[in-house]
Ligand binder design. Structure first.
Ligand code: MG
Length: 255
């Protein structure tokens, strides 16, 4: 109870100090350490995974490597069971089967997802191990084999497609598993549908920062200029670009 009583005292102290541009030396001298300590509400406890790759206790696992998990959490664009292939604890694009979409719809989230481009190198530039993670089904975080494979810089792995090149190219060799850890803040819209605040994204690829709290210009466009259309919570989408890219260990934490 004693701790609770400090809250109004601290607010009072802050208010008193904030009302003047500069607290006087005498006012600062009267302050005690506990006047700037907040105790309640207590910070929620989360049990971390065994490693940072593993889902913490408050995560929602969208794919654990099993067919049951895949079917329970993903559909095709029509909301029907997807034709992607589940084997060897991963799910792989089947050319022509189209995108897959998470049944769970989200606003702000933390995402962990692992991906692998084919070990057998076929094609070049955008034709080599292309897939993508569409945040809220609209904003593409590119998945591509850019290990010694040049393409346009704002379309390579780790880019927000045609908006932001990655800060560095930290791609592993084709056939090796790679990791994206994403922190995403959904855009907010005014009642008239115009943007109140744009989407923001931070991405680490294989533990290295590749997008640092960038503000998006709108939904991904292959041709043309990105623009926003108002929307609310939406699912993740993974792209079928015709290459057999695989995914595994997908979990999210709603923020
Ligand atoms: Mg793509």
């Amino acid at each position: 109870m004693k701790k609770l009583l400090f809250v109004p005292a601290v607010i009072f102290a802050f208010t008193a100090v904030a009302q003047k541009a500069e607290p006087t030396r005498e006012e600062l001298a009267k302050m005690k350490p506990e006047m700037t300590e907040f105790w309640d509400p207590e910070v929620a406890v989360v049990t971390p995974g065994q490693t940072p790759m593993d889902a913490p206790s408050d995560a929602i696992v969208l794919f654990d490597g099993t067919k049951e998990s895949f079917d329970a959490n993903w559909t095709n664009a029509k909301g029907e069971p997807s034709g992607w292939s589940v084997a060897d604890k991963c799910v792989t694009v089947v050319k022509g089967a189209g995108i897959i979409r998470s049944k769970m719809e989200m606003m702000d989230f933390q995402l962990h997802i692992e991906w692998r481009t084919p070990a057998e190198v076929i094609g070049e530039s955008q034709g080599r191990g292309n897939s993508g993670i569409f945040l809220q089904g609209r904003y593409e975080l590119q998945v591509l084999d850019n290990f010694q494979n040049r393409t346009y810089r704002n379309g390579q792995a780790g880019s927000i497609y045609k908006q932001y090149a990655p800060l560095v190219n930290v791609c592993k060799k084709p056939g090796e598993w790679q990791v994206y850890d994403v922190i995403y803040t959904a855009p907010r819209f005014k009642e008239d549908g115009t943007v109140f605040s744009p989407a923001r994204v931070t991405v680490l690829q294989n533990g290295v920062l590749v997008q640092n709290n960038i503000s998006l210009f709108g939904h991904t466009e292959y041709i043309g200029i990105p623009k926003y259309e108002a929307h609310g919570a939406a699912g993740l989408e993974l792209q079928d670009h015709g290459n057999p890219v695989s995914y595994r260990n997908i979990w999210v934490r709603k923020l």
